[in-house]
Design a protein around this ligand. Structure first.
Ligand code: MN
Length: 285
């Protein structure tokens, strides 16, 4: 069964960090989530005033942050001494677990900075695990060339068609995410399996796309939530389309969020605030 559009969550202009301009769709309001996805931000600007202040030191606990750089260069540093460069086409998959204090600072003062940050929840059993990173460079992300003239990148999960199966570099994630970046030329159609148990959405960042059966146009720069089914069907408009596809297993657990802390209960949030204020994120636990 083809998945049809169930809901559209428009990206709303906002700012975060020290004033980075971005567009937030999922997570703009706390009820506008799609389990296990908590938030999706798109940042895209050619004006350094929109991004140069970056994201100075701030904490996270209880979930994962995934940064996909379409264009630009950011330096990531955390309180444990980890350092990583996020460059054009690369991905940082950070499992904050019990606590990370980090900064994400642009390493450029001109030119375009463009990409996404996605927050994915962790199950209760993993919220307090040790922090971990998967820093993935552009050359480690496989590109699949499609028969319709398009192409896609497999960031997480698996692409498959009648001829090949291509697995992305991100592994060992309990929610079994699928993360594709798909580029379609004018009027190209594309179909792909999405496991029935997964929640799924897509986000068009260039061009325009029709989705479902029958095909129906969707807005650009919005989280397009898909209903139940086991297959995705889309068609690019006459201008083509560039879009990301996300799917993952829902957790079905209560969510209590206080900014960058996402836990299951209010007591766990109070503990997170207390741990942060009393420097218990900084001491190796
Ligand atoms: Mn962060």
């Amino acid at each position: 069964m083809i998945r049809n559009v169930q809901a559209v969550i428009p990206g709303v202009a906002t700012s975060d960090g020290a004033g980075v301009k971005l567009r937030r769709s999922l997570g703009g309001q706390q009820q506008a989530r799609l389990d296990p996805f908590l938030m999706l931000d798109e940042f895209s600007s050619n004006d350094p005033n929109d991004y140069v202040a970056g994201f100075p030191a701030h904490p996270h606990r209880g979930f994962e942050t995934v940064t996909y750089m379409l264009e630009g260069h950011m330096l990531h540093e955390d309180h444990l001494g980890n350092q990583g460069h996020l460059k054009t086409g690369g991905v940082q998959w950070m499992t904050a677990g019990r606590g990370i204090i980090h900064s994400e600072m642009p390493q450029q003062v001109s030119g375009a900075m463009r990409g996404f940050q996605l927050w994915i929840n962790l199950p209760a059993s993993e919220k307090m695990k040790a922090p971990a990173y998967q820093d993935i460079q552009v050359e480690d992300i496989p590109t699949v060339h499609l028969a319709n003239g398009g192409s896609l990148k497999v960031i997480a999960g698996t692409y498959s068609d009648s001829k090949k199966i291509v697995a992305g570099p991100v592994g060992e994630i309990t929610t079994q995410p699928l993360f594709l970046d798909v580029h379609l030329p004018a009027d190209a159609q594309f179909e792909h399996a999405i496991p029935e148990a997964h929640n799924a959405f897509l986000y068009v960042y260039e061009g325009a796309l029709e989705v479902g059966d029958p095909l129906k146009g969707v807005p650009r720069q919005a989280a397009v939530v898909l209903g139940r089914g086991d297959r995705l069907k889309v068609k690019a408009s006459s201008e083509g389309a560039q879009w990301i596809m996300l799917a993952a297993l829902p957790l079905g657990e209560p969510i209590v969020q206080y900014g960058p802390f996402v836990m299951n209960t209010r007591a766990e949030i109070e503990q997170a605030i207390d741990d942060y204020q009393n420097n218990r994120f900084v001491i190796a636990q």
